[in-house]
Design a protein around this ligand. Structure first.
Ligand SMILES: Cc1cc2nc3c(=O)[nH]c(=O)nc-3n(C[C@H](O)[C@H](O)[C@H](O)COP(=O)(O)OP(=O)(O)OC[C@H]3O[C@@H](n4cnc5c(N)ncnc54)[C@H](O)[C@@H]3O)c2cc1C
Length: 422
């Protein structure tokens, strides 16, 4: 990991035109967009912890350009329009990430526009990939179907039944990428780390955000703190707090696994397992991401990480029996905020407070896009992207407790069961 000097915490009272709360994908995208659209606008970006330590730095690193699922209305006009909207939105994120990588000359191990495999382990997954490939053909999207032997030639594993390659996904080293991005922004805007926004209150015509050691007076606020937006009273009973889990192996000798030294695969069925092979100077590693849990208090226990780890070990052994002696070195979990009707928690929630929250899973793409749109809205600009966000309905309310907990846990269990070996 590249060495970095963390930004100072906010102290004293500062005045900015726009304050952004949260330095994940949404907050960083909003900050970058404002600094590009109007460099005269002063911006203060508040991050509660250290940039890269949160979900934006602890994910699997896929900036995905295509929607995952085949719509239930097949190839109908409405489904096609929705597909194109998602593509525009997700590709705006890939384009932004690509421009950052170009500007900063990021190495391939931090940003690589290498595409993604969708991998099937079962007959059901295989069927899903066939349907998805037909959809991509219908939509004119480039893709390649790989049989068992071709998939094994890439992954070094015969456990994967078939796969489908699409070239538009960018793969990042998430922590290194968001830190490099934030550090480059520091010449244009004020970035404050270890500076959680504790409260938002009116101060005459302005807003005042208080942190433990200081305050930001601002004309506008962009809320980019995902599920934590509810701690300021926004989107109460509209956000569903879900954690997902990952494990990363120790480094192993590349000769122990044939195939490409670097590839990245998402599961054929949405709730399945993501797998990545990463090559570093010291050897190769495999990342396994699987398991979802519903955590309404936005916190996870070491026990839950350990239980998910046992599942990862099983999935890893099934896929790579030849690497049975390579154990996991790191395990972690991270929060996501979903909504019941799968729309973002986006828009002006109060005068001059704009939300870019509710990542709904694919946050590397979706939150980046919503951060761009939130910045455009804050500056009074318009774009096709912002029009898409304006056309989306508000997140629907979730039922009162204990019904949400029971329902969410049952849904996750059912969908994980459906994903089966995937
Ligand atoms: C293990 C794992 C793997 C994943 N893999 C992928 C993947 O491959 N591709 C993908 O697209 N998505 C993936 N995701 C999901 C993705 O990481 C999230 O959707 C994404 O990070 C959401 O971005 P965001 O900017 O909306 O929110 P976050 O990344 O959560 O950023 C919000 C930031 O706000 C800060 N914050 C919160 N409260 C305050 C406050 N009061 N004051 C100041 N700051 C505050 C937090 O510290 C945090 O840094 C994965 C998630 C996990 C956990």
């Amino acid at each position: 990991m590249l060495p970095r000097r963390e930004a100072t915490a906010l102290d004293g009272r500062r005045v900015v035109d726009v304050a952004i709360i949260g330095a994940g994908f949404a907050g960083l995208a909003a900050a970058r967009t404002i600094s590009l659209l109007d460099p005269t606008v002063s911006v203060g970006l508040l991050e509660a912890g250290l940039i890269g330590d949160g979900p934006a730095g602890a994910n699997s690193g896929f900036i995905i350009d295509l929607p995952h699922e085949v719509s239930s209305d097949g190839f109908g006009q409405e489904a096609a329009a929705k597909f194109r909207q998602s593509v525009l939105l997700q590709r705006s994120a890939v384009a932004l990430a690509t421009s950052i990588a170009d500007e900063l000359s990021l190495a391939k191990d931090i940003f690589d526009p290498c595409g993604r495999y969708s991998i099937a382990m079962s007959a059901e997954g295989d069927k899903h990939l066939d349907e998805y490939a037909s959809l991509l053909t219908h939509m004119g999207e480039v893709h390649r179907r790989l049989d068992n032997a071709d998939t094994a030639a890439v992954t070094g594993s015969k456990a994967f039944k078939t796969s489908l390659f699409t070239p538009g996904t960018a793969i990042i080293h998430p922590a290194a990428f968001v830190r490099a991005w934030a550090d480059a922004l520091r010449s244009k805007i004020n970035v404050y780390e270890r500076s959680p926004a504790l409260s938002i209150e009116r101060s005459g015509a302005a807003w005042l955000i208080k942190t433990p050691a200081g305050s930001l007076e601002t004309g506008k606020i962009i809320l980019a703190n995902n599920g934590h937006a509810q701690s300021f009273g926004f989107f109460r009973r509209q956000l569903i707090h879900v954690f997902t889990y990952a494990s990363l192996t120790h480094e192993f000798d590349p000769a122990e696994l044939s195939g490409h030294r670097k590839w990245a695969a998402t599961p054929a069925l949405p709730m399945g397992t993501t797998v990545r092979r990463i090559n570093t100077a010291g050897g190769d590693r495999i990342l396994v991401r699987s398991r979802y849990s519903y955590n309404p208090d936005i916190a996870v226990t070491p026990g839950a990480i350990s239980r998910a780890g046992k599942l990862h070990d099983k999935k890893f052994a099934h896929r790579f029996p030849g690497l049975r002696d390579v154990g996991m070195e790191y395990r972690w979990a991270g929060a996501m905020a979903l909504t019941r009707n799968h729309v973002p928690a986006f828009g002006e929630v109060e005068d001059d407070i704009i939300a870019a929250c509710g990542c709904n899973g694919l946050g590397a793409s979706n939150s980046t896009a919503s951060g761009i749109a939130a910045a455009e809205l804050a500056l009074g600009r318009d774009s096709d992207l912002l029009q898409i966000y304006r056309s989306m309905p508000a997140p629907t309310s979730i039922p009162p407790e204990p019904f949400t907990t029971i329902g969410a846990r049952a849904q996750l269990a059912y969908r994980e069961w459906r994903a089966g070996v995937e």
